[in-house]
Every structure is written in structure tokens, then in C-alpha cells.
Design a protein. Structure first.
Length: 320
């Protein structure tokens, strides 16, 4: 497997890969990384937030139709997003921009300096900024980091537990994910946290993302992601079969969205269910093909997209 993938990973440094095949044990491959090396998983974190939402639905704490106002009460009075539902947030159809407008200058400056552009806003600020939004294009799929950050914070409020604790207690611990966590603040990073690299090879600051962590602030390993993906694929983990619960159906030949998972019609019969991620210094991809049951995890400490090679493996265009 290592030799078949090597030619597709030019420009990457440390890469951890897991191939999941029906009826077989996970197969690991590493380029400068073993299965225990921690990586920022970026927006793959959104799938964990989806698991927490689906688990909260199973517990009766919320429903997919629970609104912002249902969770926040009078705090949402007068807000244009008061009637936005958790389902809209989890499917990127709430009309909330990906970055709060008032934070755009800081976001671009921090990104240019290779710093964490989300670090300044805690959970309450993420909520306050969202309440100030006037949605545009509501009902249409438009990818939103801010929307999923709000989703995670609302689920945490409904449970009465901070997001990082919720992640640990309801997903990581039940699945035995001993190295998966959301540090929230730089001071809470594990001592073995490595700095990633930009596409140009420059070192980048870690993204812990503070209150926006539900959208991209989780760290994990190839070994943990193998356990997580197996549970998501067979529906045995927290939230059950949430990755197949469609909240927004696209056109016949387009993308649909489940609870924080993308569904793409890669071939005529069966979708590929996936999510990717990228921070200033890391890239990630997780997904599987429903027809073959083949899944893959790819984690890199370089901010170069892994999507093309991952999809080629899933569709069989690249043989391993």
C-alpha cells in the first residue's frame, strides 16, 4: 500500500493512512508517522459534532428541528436566526456565513501570519456573533464553519456540558479513542503536539479554535480514526446511523448532506460519504464508498489537499 500511494503524496511530510475493507482488519501505512501520531483533523471535526448532535437526539435532549431559540430562550429574542434549526446548521443550509463579518479582517490577518484565525472567540462570542447574523440564501447548501461551530455550542448548552467535555464523554471514551480531544486553547495542547506546515513548507501555528472548535479544532490519530470510522460506517457508535440521515437532498447529480457528512454520487448507484479538512498546517480526509464498503482515513501535517488521491482509492482508480 505504501508504494502505491507514495507517488501521489509529493509535497507532504508526515502522513498517516488507514484503509478499511469489509471483513478485514484496518491496514495502516505511514510516511514519517505511525498510527499513534496526532494530527489536527480540521473540518473532519464537524463529523464528530454531527455524532454529538445525533446522540443528543437519541437522548431526547434535542431534535433535529430544535431551533436556536429553543436552546437559548430569551437570549435569541430579536435575532434573525432565532428559528434556524439544528438540522439547518448540520446541513449548511442556515444561511450563516462561514466567518462572522466583523471578524473577517482579523481572520485574514491571522491566516496570512500562519496563526489560528479563530482563537479570539470563546463559545459565548461564537453564539453572540451568530445571533447578529441576517441569513442569506437560507435553504441552499453553503458551507459554513460558523454554522457548525454554533451547532456544536448549542448541543453543548442543551446537554449542560462544555463541548470538549461532551466530546470526551460521549464519543471519545465510548469508542476507546484515547488520543482524540479538542484542546480549545493552546495551553491545553498535548505535549507531543507538532506544528504543521503550509503548502509552501513554512511552519504553522496550531489551530485550537476556542469556541469554534466544533467546526475544526479536534486532534486525533490514525489508530483512533480507524476505530471512529468503523463505528460510523456500521452505525454502532454514538448517534447510530447519523452519517446516512439526509438533511438536505441536492439535485439528481449533485451533493446531498447528512448530519455533517457529505454524500456525492461518484458513480451511478452508490454514494461516497465523506468529509475533508484543512488548517494552516494540516490536511485530512475520511470517507467510504457505500457500494464497496471500502473506507479510508488520510491525515497529513501539510496543508495540501488529499481529496483526489483518497477518492481514487475509494473508487478503485488507484489499486492498493
Amino acid at each position: 500500500m505504501t508504494s502505491a500511494l507514495a507517488e501521489h503524496l509529493d509535497g507532504h511530510r508526515a502522513v498517516s493512512i488507514v484503509l478499511l475493507e469489509p471483513g478485514s482488519e484496518p491496514r495502516f501505512a505511514g510516511f514519517g508517522a505511525d498510527p499513534e501520531r496526532r494530527f489536527e483533523i480540521g473540518s473532519v471535526s464537524k463529523t464528530f459534532t454531527g455524532a454529538l448532535l445525533a446522540d443528543a437526539v437519541d437522548r431526547g435532549e434535542v431534535t433535529y428541528e430544535t431551533t436556536v431559540a429553543d436552546v437559548l430562550g430569551s437570549q435569541a429574542d430579536g435575532s434573525d436566526i432565532a428559528d434556524v434549526s439544528l438540522a439547518e446548521l448540520a446541513s449548511h443550509t442556515a444561511g450563516i456565513p462561514s466567518v462572522a463579518t466583523r471578524w473577517l479582517p482579523r481572520f485574514f490577518a491571522s491566516s496570512f501570519l500562519r496563526h489560528d484565525p479563530y482563537s479570539a472567540r470563546g463559545a459565548e462570542q461564537v453564539i453572540a456573533d451568530a445571533l447578529a447574523v441576517s441569513p442569506t440564501g437560507r435553504g441552499e447548501m453553503s458551507y459554513s464553519n460558523h454554522g457548525v461551530a454554533l451547532e456544536g455550542q448549542l448541543v453543548a448548552k442543551a446537554a449542560g456540558i462544555p463541548y470538549e467535555q461532551l466530546l470526551a464523554e460521549r464519543v471519545a471514551e465510548p469508542l476507546g479513542l484515547t488520543s482524540t480531544y479538542a484542546p480549545i486553547l493552546p495551553g491545553k495542547l498535548h505535549q507531543d503536539a507538532h506544528r504543521g506546515h503550509t503548502r509552501a513548507g513554512l511552519k504553522a501555528a496550531p489551530w485550537t479554535m476556542n469556541g469554534a472548535a466544533p467546526a475544526g479544532g479536534i486532534w486525533s490519530t490514525g489508530a483512533d480514526m480507524a476505530l471512529y470510522m468503523q463505528a460510523v460506517m456500521d452505525g454502532s457508535g454514538p448517534g447510530g446511523d447519523f452519517s446516512r440521515h439526509l438533511l438536505h437532498e441536492g439535485p439528481d447529480d449533485g451533493r446531498s448532506v447528512a448530519v455533517n457528512w457529505m454524500h456525492d454520487p461518484i458513480d451511478e448507484r452508490d454514494p461516497t460519504i465523506w468529509h475533508n479538512g484543512m488548517t494552516s498546517g494540516y490536511a485530512s480526509f475520511v470517507g467510504w464508498h457505500e457500494g464497496t464498503g471500502r473506507g479510508i482515513v488520510m491525515l497529513s501535517d501539510t496543508a495540501r489537499s488529499l481529496d483526489a488521491i483518497a477518492l481514487q482509492v475509494l473508487t478503485g482508480a488507484v489499486e492498493l
